[in-house]
Structures are given as C-alpha cells and as structure tokens.
Ligand binder design. Structure first.
Ligand SMILES: [Zn+2]
Length: 311
C-alpha cells in the first residue's frame, strides 16, 4: 500500500516576491502545486507555523534573526546582489522554517513517514549570519537541528541534490557528527564552495561529503557517485531521519546550470533514499524544496519525485 504524503504549504509562500525578472519566482511554487494536484495520491495538508525566534537561532545568530524580523520593507529590498525581498518575505521565510519543523514533528510523532515541504524562499545557501543565493533562513538546517534538540536524535542525514552546493547547511554542521551532510553539485560554480576536500572538522570530520560534478555530468555520473560513495556512507551512518534538499535545477533543461539529469533520475535518487530510510530511519523521509527554474521540468520532476517517495 502507498504511504500517505504530507505536504507543507502556506499561501504566504506565494507572496515572497524578489522582483518580476528574478528567477526565484512565485510561479515556481505554482508549478509545484500543479504537480501535486495532478498526482493521484492521498495527501495530508500540513499548515506551516511561524518559527519562533529561538528556533531560528538554532542555526542563525540572534543579531541576524532580529535584523530580518524587524525589517520594514517598502517595495523590493536587496539583501545581497542575488537575494531580494518584499513586504511579506520575512513572514514567508519564518513560515518556511516553521513548516519544516512541523514536518519533523509530524514524522517523529509517527503520524506520517513521507513529507514534502512546498516552501519558499529556499534555504540551503543561508549562512548563520547572512542571507545568500535567494535564501533567507536555512530551512533544512533548522529542521535538522530541531530533530536533534527536540526529538533527541543522534544521526540525521541531509542529502542535497540541488544544482548548487549548500554552503549554509555545510557550515551549520561542519563540526558535528550528528548530521551527515552529502551534496552533489555542479563545480566549479556558485557559491564557490563544495570541494571534495571540505570533509568537516573536529568531531564532524568525515561527516561532510561533497561530490563536485563537472559541467555536463549526467545520470550515469550521479549513479556512480551514489553506488560508490553515497549508499555506502549512508548505510554505514544508519541515519534515524533522512532529509532531502530537493532542488530540481540539476535537470538537463534548467536555465541556471550545466548538469544533465533526466526527469526520471529524480525518481531513482528518491527510491535509493527511501531504501536507506527503511533500514535505519523507520521509513522517515522529509523532502524540502530548494531550486529548480524551468517551470515545466520542475513540475515533471516534482511529480516523479513524489510518486516515488510514497511508493
Ligand atoms: Zn540551486
């Protein structure tokens, strides 16, 4: 029997507006919603709650959190050359984090095993003390930190298959063995980090795995990385919860990058992570939306990903 799918959503995610020509458009989330509506799946809607200041501070500095939460925004304001925000962006960013936290709670309570967080803005570039790369708060990193602190987990795996390296997530857990961070990404490319030699430090040494992919890499290159490195590392780690930084910009039709994954390959990666979760994590997988900028490819990839997630 198929698993029920939990979907985190809030209308405020559509009101975060970085500007009419910005690639991180609300239309992306409309495409995701269309993909979900087109699936013949039992869906449990999960309202995104507002993350508390303390929850935001699990990963971010109090100074940065207070700066964002106290902003009075008129029009469109640039936080950095790539990251722009509008009136409702702080609320959207706060609820994106709260939505992932709510997903962690529902999954840990045993209500659901599979949840997709259809959130914006994305999160994996956000650093402890600054916004970066379209991201304000690091949704997935705070979700992982919440799972460790509130549910007493000791091993959370984050697999980040977004086109870009998740520098913010890497930094959040660089000295920790309680989060195994694994990223496949185009390299060299934005944000500039993500070499194979960045492996963690102190207790975290060996718990940060980067798989830089040269431009032109395709399904077969990713498959080799999964078979030779990712599956053995995850099997050995025995994660109690599997989180996915689910960007779809490594798709062959995406305008931002030069990786060439097929739509079907997003299903293959999902299936592998489900199997890992079945062995050590009671099947618990939470997927958090990150990038993906070709609307048709995004819609198709999300459909394949979610169908496989609940298989
Ligand atoms: Zn990306």
């Amino acid at each position: 029997m198929k698993e029920k799918l939990g979907v985190v959503f809030d209308p405020v995610f559509l009101l975060h507006n970085p500007g009419p020509t910005h690639p991180e458009s609300p239309k992306r989330l409309v495409a995701v919603q269309e993909a979900i509506k087109g699936l013949d799946l039992a869906i449990t809607g999960i309202p995104a709650r507002v993350a508390s200041r303390d929850e935001l501070c699990l990963v971010h500095t109090p100074g940065y959190v207070d700066h964002i939460l106290s902003m009075k925004i008129d029009g469109i304001v640039q936080l950095d050359p790539d990251t722009a925000i509008s009136e409702h962006s702080p609320e959207a960013a706060r609820k994106a984090v709260g939505g992932v936290i709510e997903a962690v709670d529902r999954v840990m309570q045993g209500e659901l095993k599979k949840v997709f967080c259809a959130v914006r803005p994305p999160g994996h570039h956000a650093e402890p003390d600054r916004a970066m790369g379209f991201c304000i708060f690091n949704n997935i990193a705070i979700g992982a930190a919440h799972a460790l602190s509130s549910w007493n987990l000791e091993r959370v795996a984050i697999i980040d298959w977004d086109l870009h390296h998740g520098n913010g997530t890497q930094d959040a857990f660089y000295d920790s063995d309680e989060v195994l961070y694994i990223s496949l990404h185009q390299y060299p490319f934005f944000p500039g980090t993500g070499t194979a030699t960045e492996q963690g430090e102190g207790k975290g040494l060996g718990f940060n795995i980067n798989l830089p992919m040269v431009p032109g890499s395709s399904d077969e290159d990713f498959r080799t990385a999964f078979q030779e490195i990712i599956i053995p590392a995850l099997t050995n780690y025995e994660p109690e919860l599997v989180l996915i930084s689910a960007g779809f910009d490594a798709h062959r039709d995406d305008p931002l990058g030069d990786l060439y994954l097929t739509t079907e390959y997003f299903g293959e990666m999902t299936s592998i992570l489900n199997e890992i979760a079945n062995v050590s994590a009671k099947g618990r997988v939470i997927s958090v939306f990150e990038g993906g900028y070709n609307l048709q490819a995004l819609k198709d990839c999300v459909a394949v990903h979610l169908k496989e997630l609940v298989k």
